[in-house]
Design a protein around this ligand. Structure first.
Ligand SMILES: Cc1ncc(COP(=O)(O)O)c(C=O)c1O
Length: 426
């Protein structure tokens, strides 16, 4: 199972975006199909796997060739595995019985029940905000919120590592877009200083926990700068909610600046273990979003069973009973082991550990070998990061036993030595 440089060149994401000269619209899909059939990438849908049982620290998976085996799970964003908490499951089951599978309409028509209102209130209280709006998808939340609130007379200032859904929302809004290098506050201030006085609609958007690096945005500085330059602030805390900050209230709570964030956005699909996204904010902002967010207005509401399960999840979060501290302890344990072996694992402050590989050819190969050896990780390269900063991305789960973390580390270290990413120190 060896992947050559030429093969890596062939599977580059950008090779399949544009229709080439003399191609019809669908020829690029055939080019991609040929590559995916060639077994360069052995996973389902190129990289993925098929789970054969529910999420836990060990998951039985099925490979594309039919081979079934167990892997240590370091590739799930359900960090706390509350999706399988007995109270969450029981509550979701009852709602499924009562309300059925789906809501059958968008929220502004017949698509919501009392559970949606309870969850909105719970989340608003969790963030000390007046109100909250629920979106059926996290991606859609970002796209809908940004494109509703911003338009051509406004300026949006983004961290370069912000999630794709934020960037897509910015593009759709028609606002002027500025980007500062990841977490570079000097550069951010330079941009802010150059905004003409006439541009008064100003929004800084940042991920709370950055999904590819696991570090936290410098929200203390960002909120100071926002105040100085009269900007509003939106934080997408998809990977921070439930994990960082007091009682898991996220990145802004970590810096004690929750009251300075105008738009508290997070996803219900990562640590909360469900699906969807939300924005907690002032009452009139939420009201505006209910009418002008097209991904809310024109998309069917979250189903009742997920909504009910999520109410239980926030009950656990409120009491800090979802296992956040144990998760962070285990993340540090695994990171320390990998650091000691010589890997560069950056400076994560969450449950995400980037393991820098710096070589795409090795990255693809390593990913597949790790999976076959029993460790499931994600890989990250262009367009999510720059190619030369490609990496394995480990997502630690609270349910992983220390012996499983040891085994995963041993396998990653063995492969790291084999591929010359780290040295074999006696
Ligand atoms: C930072 C960030 N924002 C938004 C999203 C989109 O969320 P969802 O997967 O719930 O649509 C993700 C998902 O990967 C994310 O990492």
């Amino acid at each position: 199972m060896s992947i050559s440089e030429a093969q890596v060149e062939n599977i580059k994401f950008e090779n399949f975006i544009e229709t080439k000269e003399n191609e019809d619209l669908f020829d690029k899909t055939k080019r991609l199909d040929k590559i995916l059939k060639s077994d360069i990438l052995t996973g389902y849908e190129a990289l993925g796997m098929l789970s054969l049982n529910k999420l836990s620290s060990i998951v039985k998976i099925k490979e594309k060739d039919g081979f079934c085996h167990d892997v240590i799970m370091l590739g799930s964003n359900s960090y706390l595995n509350v999706a399988n908490h007995p109270r969450v499951i029981n509550t979701a089951k009852k709602a499924l019985e009562k309300y059925g599978l789906g809501m059958g309409a968008v929220s502004n028509y017949a698509g919501i029940c009392e559970l949606h209102k309870i969850l909105e209130r719970k989340i608003a209280n969790f963030y000390n905000c007046e109100d909250c709006i629920l979106f059926p998808s996290g991606y859609g939340a970002n796209v809908g919120i940004i494109s509703a609130l911003c338009s051509k007379n406004d300026i949006i200032i983004n961290d370069s590592a912000n999630h794709a859904s934020i960037m897509d929302g910015c593009r759709l809004s028609g606002a002027q877009i500025k980007i500062y290098p990841h977490n570079n506050m000097r550069y951010l201030e330079k941009i802010l200083d150059n905004i003409p006085d006439s541009t008064t609609g100003r929004l800084i958007i940042t991920d709370g926990v950055f999904s590819m690096d696991g570090d936290i945005a410098k929200l203390d500085k960002i909120t100071d700068l926002a105040q100085k330059y009269r900007c509003k602030v939106m934080v997408d805390d998809a990977h921070g909610i439930g994990v960082v900050g007091k009682r898991g209230r996220g990145s802004a709570s970590y810096y004690d600046v929750l009251d300075k964030i105008d738009l508290n956005v997070a996803m219900l699909s990562k640590a909360p273990g469900g699906i969807g996204g939300f924005c907690a904010a002032k009452r009139e902002i939420v009201q505006y979003l209910r009418i002008y967010s097209r991904t809310y207005f024109f998309s069917t509401a979250l189903n009742a069973s997920t909504t009910a399960g999520l109410i239980e999840v926030f009950n656990l979060f409120e009491k800090d009973m979802a296992g956040r501290k144990e998760l962070l302890k285990k993340t540090k344990y695994l990171k320390d082991k990998l650091d000691k072996a010589g890997f560069n694992t950056g400076n994560p402050q969450s449950a995400i550990i980037p393991v820098m590989i710096y070589d795409e050819e090795k990255l693809f190969q390593l990913y597949q070998e790790l999976r076959y050896e029993g460790v499931y990780v994600n890989i990250v390269t262009y367009p999510a990061t720059r190619r030369k900063e490609c990496r394995l991305r480990l997502c630690v789960m609270k349910d992983l036993a220390y012996c499983e973390l040891d085994r995963a580390a041993d396998i990653i270290i063995k492969k790291g030595i084999e591929y010359g990413i780290i040295k074999n120190e006696p």
